[in-house]
Design a protein around this ligand. Structure first.
Ligand SMILES: [Zn+2]
Length: 146
């Protein structure tokens, strides 16, 4: 399945925000990032949850113990839902979920493009796909998008 149509949304958001820094983009779009304890009930056991209208604010709650690169990936993924899936009111992110539907893969693709993750033929040469995904802080299934 081709996700190329998503590229123009990624480029559009970078142009609009004059940045590809995920924190600057959230700030420009008035989207709020709230880091909370992983046991906070609002997360319902997920790594993050996006809410389009939480007391009139667009907000992502995200657990506060993720490594920085993973945090950026999750925030970029949730931004993907915000931009691409405008009829979704909320979206939970859970890295342990194996079966991921079309919308999840679209948001993953959006995040990979926005973050500009790339496979380096030399550096990643003899890594397994699991190691490579870990190094790039993307989901293993995302490697095919890079
Ligand atoms: Zn998602």
């Amino acid at each position: 399945m081709s996700f190329n149509w998503i590229d123009k949304y990624v480029n559009g958001i970078i142009d609009y925000c004059y940045s590809r820094d995920i924190f600057e983009i959230y700030s420009t779009l008035d989207m709020i990032i709230r880091k909370i304890d992983k046991d906070n009930p609002i997360l319902r056991g997920n790594d993050a949850i996006y809410l389009r209208n939480y007391f009139d604010e667009e907000i992502v709650f995200i657990r506060d113990d993720l490594p920085y690169q993973c945090e950026k990936f999750v925030l970029s993924h949730e931004l993907g839902h915000a931009i691409l899936h405008t009829d979704m009111d909320q979206a939970a992110y859970n890295s342990r979920l194996i079966n991921r539907g079309k919308l999840e893969r679209q948001a993953d693709y959006f995040a990979c493009r926005l973050l500009g993750a790339k496979i380096d033929d030399v550096y990643h040469y003899d890594m397994t796909s699991k190691q490579m995904a870990g190094d790039l802080c993307v989901r293993e299934e995302c490697l095919e998008y890079l």
